[in-house]
Design a protein around this ligand. Structure first.
Ligand SMILES: Cc1cc2nc3c(=O)[nH]c(=O)nc-3n(C[C@H](O)[C@H](O)[C@H](O)COP(=O)(O)OP(=O)(O)OC[C@H]3O[C@@H](n4cnc5c(N)ncnc54)[C@H](O)[C@@H]3O)c2cc1C
Length: 376
């Protein structure tokens, strides 16, 4: 029987997980990753929902669950007139979110890939021939039944597919992130909407959390040399403790990009290249996992019916089923960011809106559901 040939390009979380998940389907997969320096480790921590972890558990055999740290408590605060006010709490008996270290999960996924039949090739792709379904670098080119591009937010290779049609916004902000050691008992996930920008606390083991603080470029550039100290002072005040030590800082420029075209012929885009959203809600990779799940479902369906993958309706069905949610979520996160920014007209009524929000059991239930399942 002819094996379906798939090429996945990109060695970030999207490419690695797509390759592993699809490897379970007995496809002939090439995964192309750049030969990047191991010094540039991704020091972020990512929060994923229970539903997304369930998908990973069901598709990646014997996945090591110790890499996922669960929390049962999430608290949200906002700053007003130099005071920190709590406006929403989730304190549950069951696990609400799961956190993993990007660095460790990438190492682990690479190890797992070695046990599969996926061929990992180290090279940088220069172009895609959409008509011939070919992937090329400087030395060679090869054709496939389906090409999945997971090249991150910025790649000129997307241009031929998207024609630069996107909803975009440069936030003129950076997220700074680092690991923090602490001695606080039973710390949950926390989000502080501060006047400088949102600050999130993502626990990834009993005595360590990751902090993500999104701040304006102006503030970031002006305070670059003292940012670690500023962050430490901020955290000490918010958490009411001096017993914290901070690791190395990494920073990420922030922009929103919601692509309008998801595919052309037999080439699909996946990951940040399709939709990059503000990290304040920890939803970027959650949306990506739901995209991967949909692609997995569509490919499984075709295989079950013995249908070809080349020239199939998979790219179109994928785009039709995922674009509405990705668009809605991307714009919703952007609106949330705007709502919490200082605004002299909105500020006087913000507290009232938030008080009522926390009182409404229905709104709380909806928030929890959307964070877990998206708009499905
Ligand atoms: C500070 C911060 C915190 C975040 N926290 C969360 C969170 O808590 N929860 C959540 O759901 N999401 C979160 N996100 C979003 C999440 O991190 C991203 O959505 C995710 O990492 C995107 O992964 P990716 O593989 O699509 O892109 P990338 O990680 O950018 O990977 C792209 C890969 O493509 C490769 N590549 C590029 N061009 C080529 C080429 N020509 N040839 C071969 N390879 C190529 C690159 O080398 C790279 O390995 C956060 C984002 C930020 C910035």
């Amino acid at each position: 029987m002819k094996k379906h040939k798939i090429c996945i390009v990109g060695g970030g979380l999207t490419g690695l997980i797509s390759a592993l998940v699809l490897s379970e389907k007995g496809l002939d997969i090439d995964l192309i990753v750049e030969n990047t320096s191991s010094k540039n480790k991704d020091l972020r921590v990512t929060a994923i929902s229970e539903k997304n972890l369930k998908f990973l558990k069901s598709t990646i055999k014997n996945i090591n669950l110790k890499l996922f740290y669960s929390v049962k408590k999430i608290n949200l605060f906002f700053e007003e007139n130099n005071q920190i006010k709590n406006f929403l709490n989730f304190d549950e008996k069951k696990n609400l979110m799961f956190f993993f270290e990007n660095r460790l999960i990438k190492e682990y996924l690479n190890k797992l890939l070695k046990k599969t039949k996926v061929r990992v090739q180290k090279k940088t792709i220069k172009s895609i021939d959409l008509a011939e379904n070919k992937v090329s670098n400087n030395l060679s080119s090869q054709s496939y039944d389906l090409i999945v591009l997971c090249l991150g937010l910025n790649s000129p290779i997307y241009q031929k597919i998207t024609g630069n049609r996107e909803i975009k916004k440069n936030y003129n902000e950076h997220s700074i992130t680092c690991y923090v050691k602490h001695e606080i008992k039973d710390i949950g996930a926390q989000q502080f909407f501060l006047k400088e920008g949102p600050l999130a606390i993502l626990p990834y083991n009993k005595n360590k959390f990751s902090v993500v603080w999104s701040i304006e470029d102006k503030y970031f550039i002006k305070n670059q040399t003292i940012i670690l100290n500023n962050l430490k002072t901020k955290l000490s005040n918010l958490l009411n403790t001096n017993k914290i030590s901070l690791g190395k800082i990494q920073s990420y420029p922030l922009r929103m990009s919601l692509k309008k075209s998801y595919y052309k012929k037999n080439t699909i885009i996946l990951g940040d290249g399709l939709h990059a959203v503000h990290p304040l809600a920890g939803q970027g990779f959650n949306l990506i996992l739901r995209d991967i799940e949909k692609l997995y479902e569509l490919i499984s369906f075709n295989l079950k019916l013995g249908l070809s993958i080349k020239d199939s309706s998979i790219p179109r069905d994928f785009s039709d089923s995922r674009k509405p949610e990705n668009l809605l979520m991307g714009l919703g996160i952007d609106t949330t960011r705007k709502f919490f920014r200082s605004n002299k007209y909105l500020d006087p009524i913000k507290e009232n809106i938030l008080k009522n929000f926390s009182k409404s059991k229905l709104l709380k239930k909806i928030t929890k559901r959307v964070a877990n399942l998206g708009f499905n």
